[in-house]
Design a protein around this ligand. Structure first.
Ligand code: SF4
Ligand code: SF4
Length: 325
C-alpha cells in the first residue's frame, strides 16, 4: 500500500484510509468485535490511517481492532464542541475510548464558515495548547462546504483539511467539485495535508469504484482517500483496487451487493429535527401524513437522489426512527 506524507505534518499515511462512520449504531450497527475485525484486517493489509469522530460512537471499534499496535496506526478523531471546556471533555473521552496517550490528528468537526471558525477560536486555542504538549500531532478540520474550506485554508493554525471530494461533487453543500478543488489547491500550496471524504459519494459511485478513486488520485494533492468499509471482504476489495490487483472472485462473492439506503419508520412524529440537520436538502416533511390523535405532525421523507448517507439526520432524531442499512 502506497504511503504519502500528510502535508507538512510529517505523518505518513496509507493512500487508502479507513472511515469508521459506517460501523455506527444508526448505520451498520456493528459490534465492537465485528468492527474491530475489519480494522485489524485493514491494518494487516497495509492501511495505517483510521478516521473516527466523537459523535460517531466508533472509537471503541478502533480500540478493539488496534489493540497492542501502538503508534503503527494513525488515528484522526473530531469534536463538535463549541467551547474549550466541552472540547477538553471530548478530547479526554476520546483518549480513553481509543486507549491512546495522544491523538494523531484532532479535527474541528464540520467547519461551515469564517464566522463558525471564529466562534470556535477558543477550541482551536485549546488544540494548539494540546499540540504544544505533544497530545495532538496535527490539527485538522472537516468540511462539507466550500465556504468552510476557504475559512480553514486561511487559518494558519490548521494543518490538515478533510473535505468532501468526489467526481460528482455530491455532498458539497454550497458549490461544485471545481470550487472545492480550487480551495484544495490553495491548501496544497500551503502544504496542508488533505484527505478525501465521501470519495464514493455515500454509495452513489459504489458500482464501479476504480474510476472515482483514480479521479481523486489524478488530482495530485490528495494524500489519502477515506473509504467506509463494513467487512473484511470490503477491505480486501478496496486494498486490491488501490494496489492495482484484480479483485478475486472469492472476495466479490462475499461483498454485499445491495445498495445501502436510508429508512425512516412511520413512528416518525414529524418534529422536523432531521430536516434541519440535513444540509443536503434531502429531507422534507409530508404534512399530509399528520395524525393529531397520535401527536404526529407529519412524516419525514427522503430523496435518495440527494442523500449521501452521512447519518446526521439519524443522530438528530429524538425518536430513533432513521436507519441507514
Ligand atoms: S443521511 Fe440524512 S442528513 Fe445525510 S444526506 Fe441523507 S438525509 Fe441528509
Ligand atoms: S427527527 Fe425523527 S421524528 Fe423528527 S421528523 Fe425526523 S424522522 Fe421524524
Amino acid at each position: 500500500m502506497k504511503r504519502n506524507t500528510l502535508g507538512n505534518t510529517g505523518i505518513e499515511v496509507s493512500e487508502l484510509s479507513y472511515g469508521t462512520l459506517i460501523f455506527a449504531e444508526m448505520q451498520a450497527n456493528l459490534t465492537l468485535k465485528e468492527g474491530g475485525r475489519s480494522v485489524k484486517k485493514a491494518l494487516d493489509s497495509g492501511i495505517n490511517f483510521f478516521d473516527t469522530g466523537r459523535t460517531y460512537g466508533t472509537e471503541g471499534h478502533l480500540r478493539e481492532g488496534l489493540r497492542g499496535v501502538g503508534d503503527k496506526a494513525i488515528i484522526s478523531t473530531k469534536t463538535h464542541a463549541s467551547s474549550p471546556d466541552l472540547a477538553q471533555e471530548d478530547f479526554e473521552a476520546s483518549l480513553k475510548e481509543l486507549d491512546r496517550e495522544y491523538i494523531d490528528i484532532y479535527h474541528l468537526h464540520l467547519v461551515h464558515s469564517t464566522q463558525d471558525l471564529a466562534d470556535r477560536r477558543g477550541v482551536l486555542d485549546l488544540f494548539l495548547d494540546l499540540k504544544e504538549r505533544g497530545l495532538i500531532r496535527a490539527i485538522g478540520a472537516s468540511v462539507h462546504k466550500v465556504e468552510g474550506a476557504r475559512a480553514v485554508v486561511a487559518e494558519r493554525d490548521i494543518d490538515v483539511l478533510f473535505p468532501v471530494l468526489n467526481s460528482q461533487g455530491l455532498g458539497i453543500i454550497d458549490g461544485s467539485i471545481d470550487d472545492m478543488i480550487e480551495v484544495c489547491r490553495r491548501a496544497d500550496a500551503r502544504e496542508m495535508g488533505i484527505y478525501a471524504m465521501k470519495p464514493l459519494a455515500g454509495g452513489h459511485l459504489r458500482e464501479s469504484p476504480k474510476e472515482p478513486f483514480q479521479y481523486l488520485r489524478n488530482l495530485g494533492f490528495v494524500d489519502s482517500i477515506c473509504v467506509g468499509m463494513k467487512s473484511p471482504a470490503e477491505v480486501e476489495m478496496n486494498v486490491s483496487i488501490f494496489e492495482g490487483r484484480e479483485v478475486s472472485e472469492e472476495t466479490l462473492s462475499q461483498i454485499e451487493t445491495a445498495s445501502r439506503t436510508l429508512t425512516i419508520y412511520d413512528r416518525c412524529v414529524g418534529c422536523g429535527a432531521c430536516v434541519e440537520a440535513c444540509a443536503q436538502g434531502a429531507l422534507h416533511l409530508d404534512i399530509s401524513q399528520t395524525d393529531e390523535s397520535k401527536g404526529k405532525k407529519g412524516q419525514s421523507i427522503v430523496d435518495m437522489g440527494k442523500c449521501i448517507l452521512c447519518g446526521y439526520c439519524a443522530a438528530a432524531c429524538p425518536e430513533f426512527v432513521i436507519r441507514i442499512i
